[in-house]
Design a protein around this ligand. Sequence first.
Ligand SMILES: NC(=O)c1ccc[n+]([C@@H]2O[C@H](COP(=O)([O-])OP(=O)(O)OC[C@H]3O[C@@H](n4cnc5c(N)ncnc54)[C@H](O)[C@@H]3O)[C@@H](O)[C@H]2O)c1
Length: 282
Amino acid sequence: MEIRKVGVVGLGTMGAGIAQISVQSGFETVGREVTAELGERGRATIERYLARGVEKGRMSEGERDAALGRLTLTTELSDLADCDLVIEAVLEELPLKREVFGELDRVTRPEAVLATNTSALSVAEIAAATTRPERVVGMHFFNPAPVLPLVEIVRAPDSSDDAVDAAYAWAEQSGKQPVRCNDTPGFLVNRILIPLLNDCVRVLDEADVPPEDLDKAMTNGAGWPLGPCALIDLIGVDVHVHASEALHGKLGEERMAPPARLVQMQQAGKLGRKSGEGFYTY
Ligand SMILES: NC(=O)c1ccc[n+]([C@@H]2O[C@H](COP(=O)([O-])OP(=O)(O)OC[C@H]3O[C@@H](n4cnc5c(N)ncnc54)[C@H](O)[C@@H]3O)[C@@H](O)[C@H]2O)c1
């Protein structure tokens, strides 16, 4: 099925980025926030990033204005009634996501594709809140969504080929690099990266090396573009600890549990780049 109009539920960090991708790629897009103020905040974030694109010569002022003109805001899910694809990016809480999907099921056309950007919840459990689990898929973007190309297109047991293919095709049309995968904990990247980064942090203490030296080792010895400590600072220590706990809860492997050192950093407010201090000072 062809996607012409897109809805984005939640214009926080991820939702604003996803709405930006959508309008930049030429799709009429409706962004839904819980209050008009939050909606305007989401729009301001998109405006700021597009303005930077103009400054850097990546787009013209006319293209920026046209992109912004494709964005409408609402506080009502019922205003997403004529969307062909709705991407949900609300807080990572299963009851909330199920409530949103139950309502989307009632207000959107039966053939619309409903996608969740969940990082760690089961797409199947979210889809079960609807009467059309065959139209529900995962679309897992990476932060910052407008910059990182990957989108994991997640097929739950009941997802139809048509819904998966429509989500994949939309991501490609939007300049992304989608990959299809099953609905397993952590999908592809987080399933591998989370325990790997936790191993790196444990090695800091076991080998008694400073973060600078471990990053130097992995960039020069393993060809990583960024060292593991610099990467955790970029992801955010709190985000990584939360994701580790979620994966550990689902799969139970000890490597997935957040190392004590990271939990201590989180408690001390050393969250990485966003707080000005993590493994490094910014
Ligand atoms: N931040 C990341 O690195 C990242 C990466 C990939 C996926 N995700 C996933 O994206 C989703 C959103 O994460 P985020 O980082 O953008 O969070 P965020 O805190 O920036 O945004 C949360 C959004 O949820 C909305 N919200 C809060 N309470 C609500 C309610 N009661 N009803 C409806 N909407 C409500 C907020 O208004 C906001 O739009 C989560 O599922 C998260 O796991 C996050």
